[in-house]
Design a protein around this ligand. Structure first.
Ligand code: ZN
Length: 396
C-alpha cells in the first residue's frame, strides 16, 4: 500500500500546484445535519436548497438520466447500506456522462456519472466514492463553504445564473453540470473530512478499504495520459493534493488492517453494470480523448470482463485517431475482438472499412457480409449492400 502511494506522490505534487484550493469556512461552526432534517424556511440555507431543488427538477426530466430500475436499485442499495439513517434523505441520479465524477448537493441530491461506474473495478471502489459524497452531505460542507468564503447570497446568484443558462445553447449539458459542481467545490479540509467519513462508512459496511486508493491511482494515470488534462472534471471540483493522498494512505493503512474488511463484491458490481458497458464505452470513444481512453481500456482489459467488446473499442480508438500505424493496430484489435467473442456486430463493419481502404477487397467483402449476418436489422443495411456491389464490381 505504502509503496504504491510512494510512486503516486510525485504526480500529485504537480497536480496540487495546478488546483486552486480555497480556504475552508469555520469547521465545527455547524452541526451535522440530522436524519430527515430540512433547513427552516427563514434560514439562508433554505434559499440555497430551493434553488438546488429547481435544478433537481430539471435533472429529473433530462434525457441524460439512466432510468434502468435495477441499476438504480443497485446503487441506492449501496448508499443505504453505507448510511441507514440518511438513506431516505438522499436522492441518487445516475447521469450518462463519460467522465469520472460524483457530486453531492446541499439538499441531498447526489449525482453518479456513468464514467465513474465504467471505471470502478468493484463495489468497494464505488462504495468509497459514495461514502465520500455522503460525508459532504452529513457535514453540510456546501453551506459551511459558502458561509465561510463567499456568502450564501453570492452562491444563490451563481446557481441561478448557471441554472438559467440551461437550454440556452451556449452552455452544454456537461459544462452546466461541471459549472454547478465547481460552485459547490469543497476546501481541502472538507475533502479530508469527507474521506475520513467515506472510509468509516466503507469499513462499517465491511468493504476492503485498500480499494479506495486504487480508483484514485487509476484516475491519476488516466489524467497523465489524457490529451487534454484540463477537461478532468473530478479534479477541478475535488482538489487533489499530496496532503490528501497522505490522508488516504494513512486511513487505508488503519482500516485495511482490520480483520474481516475484505469485501469487494466484484461479481455483484460486474453483474449490475455489464448490460450498460457497451453504451458507456461508446460515449467514451466519442470524447476523442485517445490517450486517456487507452488507459481506461488497458485497465478494463486487465480486469478481464467482456474483453471482446473492449478490443473492438480499442480498434475504434485507433481508427478514429488515424496516426501512423493506427490502421494496422485497429485491424489487429478488431481481429482480437472477434477471436475473443462477444464483440458488437460493428466490429465486422469497421474491419471491412479498413480492409477496403487497404485494397483487400476479398476480405472487405467477407467482413461486410459477416456484419449483415450478425446484424440483419442494421439501419445501414442498404449502404453496406451498395458497398458490397461496388466491391464486387471492382473485383471483376
Ligand atoms: Zn469531495
Amino acid at each position: 500500500m505504502t509503496r504504491r502511494w510512494g510512486r503516486a506522490l510525485l504526480p500529485l505534487i504537480l497536480l496540487a500546484a495546478a488546483s486552486c484550493v480555497t480556504p475552508g469556512g469555520e469547521p465545527g461552526a455547524l452541526t451535522d445535519i440530522a436524519p430527515g432534517e430540512r433547513p427552516t424556511l427563514e434560514s439562508d440555507e433554505a434559499g440555497l436548497w430551493m434553488e438546488v431543488d429547481r435544478i433537481e427538477n430539471n435533472l429529473k426530466t433530462s434525457g441524460h438520466i439512466v432510468r434502468d430500475p435495477e441499476l438504480n436499485a443497485y446503487v441506492r442499495d449501496i448508499v443505504c447500506r453505507l448510511t441507514t439513517d440518511y438513506c431516505e434523505d438522499l436522492r441518487i441520479y445516475i447521469v450518462q456522462v463519460p467522465h469520472f465524477n460524483a457530486a453531492m448537493y446541499p439538499s441531498g441530491m447526489m449525482q453518479v456519472w456513468t464514467g465513474l461506474l465504467l471505471r470502478a473495478e468493484n463495489e468497494a471502489q464505488l462504495a468509497y466514492v459514495l461514502g465520500h459524497e455522503i460525508g459532504h452531505y452529513l457535514r453540510r460542507h456546501s453551506i459551511q463553504q459558502w458561509r465561510g468564503v463567499r456568502g450564501i447570497a453570492d452562491a444563490l446568484v451563481f446557481v441561478q445564473i448557471v441554472a438559467a443558462a440551461a437550454g440556452q445553447g451556449y452552455l452544454g449539458y456537461v459544462a452546466q453540470l461541471a459549472a454547478l459542481g465547481s460552485i459547490f467545490a469543497f476546501s481541502r479540509e472538507q475533502e479530508r473530512e469527507a474521506d475520513q467519513i467515506g472510509f468509516e462508512l466503507m469499513a462499517r459496511a465491511g468493504y476492503d478499504a485498500g480499494e479506495a486508493g486504487r480508483i484514485w491511482e487509476a484516475l491519476i494515470e488516466e489524467r497523465e495520459a489524457a490529451d487534454d488534462p484540463e477537461r478532468f472534471i473530478f479534479f477541478s471540483t475535488h482538489p487533489s493534493s499530496e496532503e490528501r493522498m497522505e490522508t488516504l494512505d494513512r486511513l487505508a493503512g488503519e482500516y485495511s488492517g482490520q480483520a474481516g474488511l475484505t469485501k469487494t463484491n466484484q461479481d455483484a458490481f460486474i453483474d449490475a453494470t455489464r448490460a450498460f458497458r457497451t453504451a458507456w464505452l461508446r460515449d467514451e470513444v466519442r470524447k476523442r480523448d485517445h490517450g486517456g481512453f487507452q488507459v481506461v481500456l488497458d485497465n478494463l482489459i486487465e480486469a478481464g470482463e467482456g474483453v471482446g467488446a473492449l478490443h473492438f473499442f480499442q480498434g475504434e480508438m485507433h481508427r478514429l485517431r488515424g496516426d501512423d500505424g493506427d490502421e494496422s493496430e485497429a485491424v489487429a484489435a478488431y481481429r482480437r475482438a472477434l477471436e475473443a467473442g462477444g464483440a458488437p456486430a460493428e466490429t465486422h463493419r469497421s474491419l471491412g472499412l479498413l480492409m477496403w481502404k487497404a485494397g483487400e477487397l476479398g476480405e472487405a467483402g467477407r467482413a461486410f457480409e459477416d456484419y449483415l449476418a450478425a446484424a440483419p436489422e442494421a439501419e445501414d443495411r442498404a449502404m453496406i449492400d451498395s458497398y458490397l456491389r461496388q466491391i464486387e464490381g471492382d473485383q471483376r
